[in-house]
Design a protein around this ligand. Structure first.
Ligand code: HEC
Length: 251
């Protein structure tokens, strides 16, 4: 018994750190029924991420079917290189090259939303900041010394880490915002082509797509679940009556 407890105890810090317990994570309100969001996420992924990160447990035709993307649109806009419609979503980067170029091989991201959780990925993609000591000039607030360059910098702009005035509430009398000076805050020093809200929305859609990728059956499973519950509810009536009938003479 002691051994079992020791084993459980040994895993607790691992679970805590995997969830990034010491960093504040912004909430991702995943919505897998928002097909338009999933389509936009897929488009951003194919344009900005696929070159480095494969989705090797998924197939293009499955994604097209699930997200309601017509075959010709998918082939023309979202499938690059010489891939066929039914192919696995791999890319051409070899793990060795990846390691040489970035210090770490860009991992496959099919399951990243399950391994890291959506909140983590959502915060990570919005937490790059300027750091001249790093090879690509950026660091990340939730993934220290990450090897990945800030590939969305053109859209988000460049954040720096420093001291800034942070809104902490409202003065109930005057209605004015109360601010406090905080250290280690990320703020935008150089604007990108999107506003902060537009960028958050883009990343929201991207993470929505990655959550779908990690479990393509999720929406279908929920739908089937309701039918199963309905079946059980209806089935309960004859079973209940049958039960009564069987026991009628015994009692
Ligand atoms: C130029 C190559 C490159 C591109 C493009 C790129 N990444 Fe990365 N990414 C990397 C590398 C390299 C790592 C591994 C970093 C490390 O371990 O230090 C990484 C790590 C990650 C991780 C953390 C994975 C983990 O669990 O450790 C996530 C999430 C991620 N990338 C998402 C994305 C998304 C989403 C995009 C598209 C917007 C993207 N990346 C585009 C190179 C890239």
């Amino acid at each position: 018994m002691k051994k079992v407890f020791a084993l459980i105890a040994a895993f607790i810090p691992a679970i805590a750190s995997a969830a990034g317990a010491n960093v504040h994570l912004d909430k991702h309100l995943t919505d897998l029924k928002d097909t338009a969001s999933l389509q936009r996420g897929a488009q951003t992924y194919m344009n900005y991420c696929m070159g480095c990160h494969s989705l090797e447990h998924g197939r293009y035709n499955r994604v097209a079917r699930d997200l309601g993307i017509p075959e010709d649109v998918m082939k023309e806009n979202l499938i690059f290189a010489d891939k066929a419609f039914g192919d696995l979503m791999t890319n051409a980067m070899s793990p060795d090259d990846g390691k040489k170029w970035f210090g770490a091989t860009p991992p496959d991201l099919t399951l990243v939303a399950r391994v890291r959780r959506p909140d983590w990925v959502y915060t990570y993609l919005r937490s790059f900041y300027e750091d001249p000591t790093r090879p690509y000039g950026v660091n990340n607030a939730v993934f220290k010394d990450v090897g990945m360059p800030h590939v969305l910098a053109g859209l988000q702009g460049l954040q720096v880490k420093g001291t800034a005035q942070v809104a902490v509430g409202f003065d109930t009398l005057t209605g004015q915002e109360i601010t406090e000076e905080h250290e280690g805050v990320l703020y935008l020093a150089e604007a990108g082509s999107l506003t902060a809200e537009e960028y958050d929305k883009l990343v929201f859609d991207l993470v929505n797509f990655l959550v779908y990728m990690a479990e393509p059956i999720a929406v279908e499973r929920e739908r089937i679940g309701w039918w199963v519950l309905l079946f059980l509810a209806i089935f309960f009536v004859p079973v209940y009556m049958l039960n009564k009938e069987y026991w009628r003479d015994v009692k």
